[in-house]
Design a binder for this molecule. Structure first.
Ligand code: NAD
Ligand code: UFG
Length: 338
């Protein structure tokens, strides 16, 4: 079976490609490298000892997509390609709508034309908005999104649901990720953000190696035990393995289904600081800063549906996530540029 992985050079995509190759799938990576480096593709090959085809292409390039589908027999698509920065999406909403929504529509049109109607999509817990209480379940109504990035995820979910409703030959699996962190055990692939990281763990790792002076803890007056925000951190390898189960499902049957990929456990920002200090053996300097606009106090999953229907659950704990993030960062202080 052959799987096209859009955004496969990125953080979650690269880890998923490793697991796809390990599971015996032929894997083709499509990425425009706007937020990743081709070095990650080399390292996927190094880790697995298997070949992977790489095509530099934009998901908005219909001719480029048609060429890939005509030259390869593709059984299913895992669709990671997209822009993911919440603050950048507020500054450049049209770029986000064009890239994420426009790109997904073009991709689906090319898939339909090629007769490949099986897709696994990277959605986000952000679609639950702030109205639903945690643990979040897939049968809860979607919430109000607070930024254009989140809105792209909500709309793409609707577009894919409508696509299935109009044509039952499609097989769609919407995966709502919680907070992916960690890295492959080898320390050879991991998260490599451009500029100053916007997310908690890459920020902490850069404080730990001395690139950044201290962490700003964004709010300590939330209604949580220590006052800091609670999230459901999930090891990126567990997340990647969830995609293998999702691919098996779309290959095996038509339909449209939605799954949370989370651990079901919530940890605060200060819990993360403590766990990371243990993993790296250093103190993480932090200061309390104002709340970040758009943040919810508590966000964690109910992962029961994925366990029951996909036979998947996360097995790696917070200590392992922090150890693996630290191995990646300390072995590659400048990310893939080393
Ligand atoms: P990433 O930026 O590391 O990976 C995305 C990849 O897509 C990059 O390699 C980038 O170069 C590529 N890309 C972007 N636009 C493209 C385009 N138009 N054509 C071709 N390639 C393009 O991000 P990630 O953390 O691996 O996230 C993967 C997906 O999961 C994204 O869709 C993201 O929105 C979603 N997601 C991520 C998180 C998270 O916290 N990391 C949470 C929920 C959902
Ligand atoms: N935080 C800090 N300091 C920082 C960065 C983050 O205290 O420098 C806090 C945040 O306030 C929050 C927690 O750490 O309480 C986690 O923040 P992240 O930015 O790491 O993650 P988010 O939960 O805000 O967002 C992530 C993804 C989004 C996705 C969302 C829901 O980045 O793409 O999860 O799935 F939409």
């Amino acid at each position: 079976m052959s799987i096209l992985v859009t955004g496969g050079a990125g953080f979650i995509g690269s880890h998923t490609c490793v697991e796809l190759l390990n599971a015996g799938y032929d894997t083709i990576i499509l990425d425009n490298l706007c937020n990743s480096k081709s070095e990650s593709v080399k390292r996927i090959k190094e880790i697995t000892g298997k070949d992977v085809k790489f095509v530099k292409c934009d998901i908005r390039d219909r001719a480029g997509l048609d060429k890939i589908f005509s030259e390869n027999k593709i059984d299913a698509v895992i669709h990671f390609a997209g822009l993911k920065s919440v603050p950048q999406s507020c500054k450049e909403p049209l770029e986000y709508y064009d890239n994420n929504i426009g790109g997904t529509v073009t991709l689906c049109e090319a898939m339909a034309a090629a007769g490949c109607k099986k897709i696994v999509f990277s959605s986000s817990a952000t679609v639950y908005g702030s109205e639903n209480p945690s643990p979040l379940r897939e049968d809860m109504p979607e919430g109000k999104t607070t930024n254009p990035y989140g809105t792209t995820k909500l709309y793409i979910e609707r577009i894919l649901k409508d696509t299935y409703a109009a044509d039952n030959e499609w097989s769609v699996c919407l995966l709502r990720y919680f907070n992916p962190i960690g890295a492959h055990k080898s320390g050879r692939i991991g998260e490599d953000p451009n500029g100053i990281p916007a997310n908690l763990v890459p920020y902490i790792t850069q404080v730990a190696i001395g690139k950044l002076d201290h962490l700003n803890v964004c709010g300590n007056d939330y209604p949580t035990p220590d006052g800091t925000g609670i999230r459901d951190y999930i090891h990126v390898v567990d997340l990647a393995l969830g995609h293998i189960k999702a691919v098996e499902k779309v290959l095996g049957e038509t339909g449209c289904s939605t799954y949370n990929l989370g651990t079901g456990k919530g940890y605060s920002v200060l819990d993360l600081v403590k766990a990371f200090e243990k993993a790296c053996g250093k103190k993480i300097k932090y200061e309390i800063a104002p709340r970040r606009s758009g943040d919810v106090a508590i966000c964690y999953s109910d992962p029961t549906k994925a366990k029951q229907e996909l036979g998947w659950s996360a097995t790696r704990d917070l200590d392992e996530m922090c150890e693996d993030s630290w191995r990646w960062q300390s072995n590659n202080p400048n990310g893939f540029e080393d």
